[in-house]
Design a protein around this ligand. Structure first.
Ligand SMILES: [Zn+2]
Ligand SMILES: [Zn+2]
Length: 177
């Protein structure tokens, strides 16, 4: 990974996803300026501007000091407590219109890849098929409407792409304002 950043198993390229950016901000946890700053979600009852360096995320010190969760622990069905804690306390989250949620595959948390549009999603047919199936279950019964929505992903609505850390399959969910 670039710049000697810590490696995040469940968010392998937080620079590409935009969750960590080059910036001269001071980390709210360790008070150092590492040249890198976290830009996405943090849930806590404390008053804190959740600008953390990647290292305070990686070692869990930011989540511990501010008694918070980087990602909400909702939706991690079937994963171990260790994995749950690694994702919610020691992994950069991401920004979305709706409350971000993590996808699970092969009883493990999937790795977050990034926010994408239709073209990138279509490059992973298994993810497109899975999203289509999930949306039918969610009540999208009009096939034309569904295909129109999918084809326009990237304009307004987007897809959040993940990759299974076990079998490598790509999976996605749709996010809209
Ligand atoms: Zn720090
Ligand atoms: Zn899998």
């Amino acid at each position: 990974m670039s710049a000697g950043l810590p490696f995040f198993r469940y968010h392998p390229d937080p620079l590409a996803s935009g969750s960590i950016r080059a910036a001269a901000d001071t980390c709210a946890c360790c008070k150092r300026n590492t040249g890198w700053i976290y830009t996405a979600t943090f849930y806590t009852a404390h008053e804190v501007n959740a600008r953390f360096c990647p290292w305070c995320i990686a070692d869990g010190s930011a989540a511990e000091r501010f008694a918070g969760e980087i990602t909400d622990s909702y939706g991690f069905d079937g994963v171990s407590e260790d994995v749950l804690h690694e994702v919610t306390r020691r992994t950069p989250g991401f920004r979305a219109w709706q409350d971000p949620h993590w996808l699970v595959h092969c009883q493990d948390a999937a790795a977050f890849v990034g926010e994408i549009g239709y073209t990138e999603l279509a490059a992973h047919p298994e993810a497109l098929d899975q999203l289509r199936a999930d949306m039918r279950i969610d009540g999208w019964h009009d096939e034309n409407q569904l295909e129109h929505f999918l084809a326009n992903l990237g304009e307004g609505a987007t897809a959040m792409l993940f990759r299974c850390t076990v079998c490598g399959a790509h999976l996605a969910y749709a996010d809209a304002s």
